[in-house]
Ligand binder design. Structure first.
Ligand code: DGL
Length: 253
C-alpha cells in the first residue's frame, strides 16, 4: 500500500509523522512543493495550477491513496486534485479538521472556535461556512490569518522568541473570549503548538492529524491485518536544493 502525502512545503511532515507512527507497514511518497512554498499568500488561480501539476505527478507515481496534508491546497483546490486523481481515494486535512471540531462542538456548541491558518485558507471561509452549515445555528467561529508563521517555520525559527511574540500578536484579540478550541488549520503549525498553548491559556489547541489516521485505518483494515513488514518513505521535493532546516528534521521520521 503506497500513500502519497502532499504539502506545499515541509509542513505536511507533521501529518506524515502521525501516519508513519500508526502505519509503519505503509510505503509513503512525500511530495513537498518546496519550489513554490508558501501557497497561502498566492492567488486562487495560482494555487489551483500548482495543485493540479502536483496531482498529475503524484497520479503518475501510481499510489493507492493521497492525503492532502495542506489546508491551503484543500480549501482552494480539492476539486482539481480529485479530478486528476480519479478513482484514487483522496483524504483531505480540511474534511478531517471539520469533523474533529464537529465532534467537540456536539458536546458543547457554546465553545468559541478559533481557526488559525494561512491567508488563502482563512479568506476561503471553508471552515466557518462548513461549521455553520453543520450546526445550522449561529455558533461562535472566528478565523485568523497568520501569514508570517509559515515562512518563519520553514526558516526553522520554531523556538525563537520572535515566534512566541508573533503568535501572541495574532491571538491577543481572542483573549477576551472564554477559552474554547484553537484549531491549527495549517499543517506547519503543529511544529509551534506550544507557542499557541502559551498564547491562549486554557484553550484546547488541536489539529486534524488524528482523524486522518482514524479514517485511513478504517479504510485499510484488511491490508493492515495481512501486512506486517516495514514500509519506507520516498521523498519528492520540487526543489531539492532549497535550504530548509525542516528537511533536516524530516530525516528523523
Ligand atoms: N502547510 C500548509 C497548510 O496547511 C501550507 C502553508 C503555505 O504553503 O502557505 O496550509
Amino acid at each position: 500500500m503506497r500513500i502519497a502525502v502532499f504539502d506545499s512545503g515541509m509542513g505536511g511532515i507533521t501529518v506524515l509523522k502521525e501516519l508513519r507512527k500508526s502505519f509503519p507497514q505503509f510505503n509513503f511518497l512525500y511530495y513537498g512543493d518546496t519550489a513554490n512554498v508558501p501557497y497561502g499568500t498566492k492567488s486562487h488561480t495560482q494555487i489551483k495550477t500548482l495543485v493540479k501539476a502536483a496531482s498529475i505527478e503524484i497520479k503518475n507515481k501510481k499510489v493507492d491513496a493521497m492525503v492532502i496534508a495542506c489546508n491551503t491546497a484543500s480549501c482552494i483546490a480539492l476539486d482539481e486534485c480529485c479530478e486528476v486523481m480519479g478513482e484514487t481515494p483522496v483524504y483531505s486535512v480540511v474534511e478531517a479538521g471539520i469533523a474533529t471540531i464537529t465532534r467537540i462542538l456536539k458536546k458543547d456548541p457554546s465553545k468559541p472556535v478559533l481557526v488559525l491558518g494561512t491567508k488563502a485558507t482563512v479568506r476561503s471561509k471553508t471552515y466557518s461556512t462548513s461549521l455553520k452549515n453543520i450546526f445550522d445555528v449561529n455558533i461562535p467561529v472566528y478565523e485568523q490569518e497568520c501569514p508570517l508563521l509559515v515562512p518563519m517555520i520553514e526558516e526553522g525559527w520554531i523556538n525563537h522568541p520572535i515566534m512566541q511574540q508573533t503568535v501572541e500578536e495574532y491571538t491577543k484579540a481572542y483573549l477576551s473570549l472564554s477559552p474554547g478550541i484553537a484549531f491549527l488549520a495549517c499543517t506547519h503549525y503543529p511544529w509551534i503548538k506550544s507557542a499557541f498553548e502559551k498564547a491562549l491559556p486554557g484553550w484546547q489547541v488541536i489539529d486534524s492529524a488524528a482523524l486522518v489516521v482514524e479514517t485511513l485505518a478504517e479504510n485499510s483494515k484488511t491490508f493492515l491485518l495481512e501486512n506486517k513488514t516495514a514500509g519506507n518513505i520516498e521523498w519528492l521535493l520540487t526543489d531539492q536544493e532549497v535550504f530548509s532546516p525542516l528537511i533536516e528534521l524530516s530525516k528523523e521520521i
